[in-house]
Design a protein around this ligand. Structure first.
Ligand SMILES: [Zn+2]
Length: 316
């Protein structure tokens, strides 16, 4: 995927899901994209959604997606070369992020090594309700490598599965897709609650989804995670409401319209605009209730399915 360089700092920008504006997570600059760029990113979204359909052509489509991958090489202090083939990259506040087929690599800037250490500490401290250990841990980062580079900076690598990509890369989604994303995020928020943690950046960049099997993972920005009941930079007490507001903001960013339509029922909009419940467990129960009100009985729909495919047919 083509990179957009920030005119202010040279960092690699992210673009919003309607692909109208670009934003630099490093320095905060934003600007409106020209038509050519908008078309490019819209085409890319379409490719991503299509690549999630598992059929006889999926291997070919997947290879085509990776044909445009870029390569970057890092040298470690021990003389080892690490080559990353990445589909997507962006600059965050303390590091540059590279999304490869089976990994996410974080290249921490000079002087940010403590953030790398902090991230590793937070990730390794995660604990899971015993019955769910195996499945839930799949949706949180697992550090598989950490390297000191020859310029003194740090590279930390975590696992991701093939088919998992940042939520941002899929563009705006239909209401039913937003609904399954919310369900998975509620689940992840329960794990944060269980661990007494606040993740201040649950967003299109930290959440990765696999649209083929409807899973969502919270992979990035663990260097900003804090314990509940500590104070943030503004002196506000951190609570589970911060996680649940991040969830709502993420869902809102994905909406194609904020009007009530067949695909965006009133109950879905009402949930997105609602205040978080007292904790993640109660919020999940509240969401489950709203989900039934919004869409009735659960059904699994593929991402490339159009609204008419879903609403034109009766349940069998
Ligand atoms: Zn910038």
């Amino acid at each position: 995927m083509r990179d957009l360089s920030c005119k202010n700092c040279g960092g690699i920008m992210v673009y919003d899901v309607s692909s109208m504006t670009a934003y630099c997570r490093y320095c905060g600059t934003s600007y409106v994209l020209d038509h050519k760029d908008t078309d490019y990113y819209k085409t890319f979204y379409r490719q991503m959604v299509e690549s999630s359909a598992k059929d006889e052509n999926s291997k070919e489509r997947d290879d085509r997606l990776w044909d445009n991958a870029s390569v970057i090489t890092f040298a470690t202090t021990e003389g080892q070369n690490i080559e990353l083939r990445y589909l997507y990259s962006y600059s965050d506040k303390c590091c540059d992020v590279y999304v490869t087929r089976r990994n996410i690599a974080f290249h921490f800037r000079k002087g940010e090594g403590h953030k790398a250490e902090y991230m590793r500490k937070m990730v390794s401290s995660l604990d899971y309700p015993s019955a769910d250990t195996r499945t839930l841990s799949d949706f949180f980062p697992r550090v598989t490598g950490a390297f000191v580079l020859d310029d003194g900076t740090m590279l930390v690598v975590i696992n991701k599965r093939e088919g998992e990509y940042p939520l941002r890369l899929f563009g705006k989604l239909g209401g039913r897709h937003i609904a399954w994303v919310i369900s998975r995020l509620e689940n992840l928020c329960c794990v944060l609650e269980y661990n007494g943690l606040v993740h201040p950046d649950i967003s299109l960049d930290s959440v990765y989804i696999n649209p083929n099997n409807h899973t969502a993972c919270l992979y990035c920005n663990w260097w900003d995670v804090e314990r509940m009941n500590t104070r943030d930079v503004k002196g506000e007490l951190l609570s589970s409401a911060d996680n649940l507001l991040g969830l709502r903001k993420t869902a809102e960013a994905l909406l194609k319209t904020d009007k009530v339509t067949e695909d965006t029922p009133k109950a879905l909009l009402e949930f997105i605009r609602s205040s978080p419940r007292v904790d993640a467990y109660e919020d999940f129960a509240y969401w489950d209730d709203m989900l039934i009100r919004a869409f009735g009985k659960r059904k699994f729909i593929k991402m490339e399915t159009t609204d008419s495919d879903v609403y034109g047919k009766e349940d069998s």
